[in-house]
Design a protein around this ligand. Sequence first.
Ligand code: 3PY
Ligand code: MG
Length: 253
Amino acid sequence: FADRIRTGGHGGLVSAWVGIPEPMVVHHLTQEDFDAVVLDMQHGMWDMASASNAVAQCRSAGKPAIARIPVGDFASASRLLDAGCTGIIAPMVNSVADAQALVRFTKYPPLGERSWGPTLALNHMKLSGDDYLRTANRLTLTIAMVETRAALDAVDGILGVEGIDGIFVGPSDLSIALSKGEKLAPDTDDIDKELSRIVARCRAHKKFVCAFGSDGKRAGGLLKLGCDLVVASADTTQLRAGAASAIAAARSF
Ligand code: 3PY
Ligand code: MG
């Protein structure tokens, strides 16, 4: 998966996004045609034990698990890679220094200072310690979120940090930042303009770009703007939309 997203030519990847802290939710979503599953540990209520069980569900379904960590919680990033995650998304990476700190916790030397202990990852990947050490920096993805004005200003510097594999754009926070707290408007032309600029900068640095779509149609639009991986709404949204549509169909009888 890591090579696929890095080298492009994948035709656009679509990921699930799960905040309900229940591995069985992840199990059910892996039965659909998602390319990956993001466990949202920033705003979702996952703890480390349930997240590592969710990673196991992804692994047994043959899908990569990517964890979004809480802001600045880089120590958890190492643990989630140890649990077998294929990637880490770090929110609110606003400077080169933030990006360098993230790389220190997610890449082994010489790129970073990730500490050794990937017991579950070795089991999941059926690799020896030596083979994992040799390949982990390439087979795992370190992804910095750009979702503030500071991050927009620093985007070239962040992309220039060796070990940052790609960028994930958070349109909600970005819209709040750009409007100085006036509005939540993630699906507007203003956001698309910034997104197109970020896509161009990622291409220039030969790195990939991901973004969150509030629904499937929006996710398709984000792919059209040049994103490599998009989220097509969160588990909670999908659950409630499915329920609302079933209720409406029953009541229209
Ligand atoms: C944002 O849009 O701000 C995100 O973090 C993704 O939902
Ligand atoms: Mg955000």
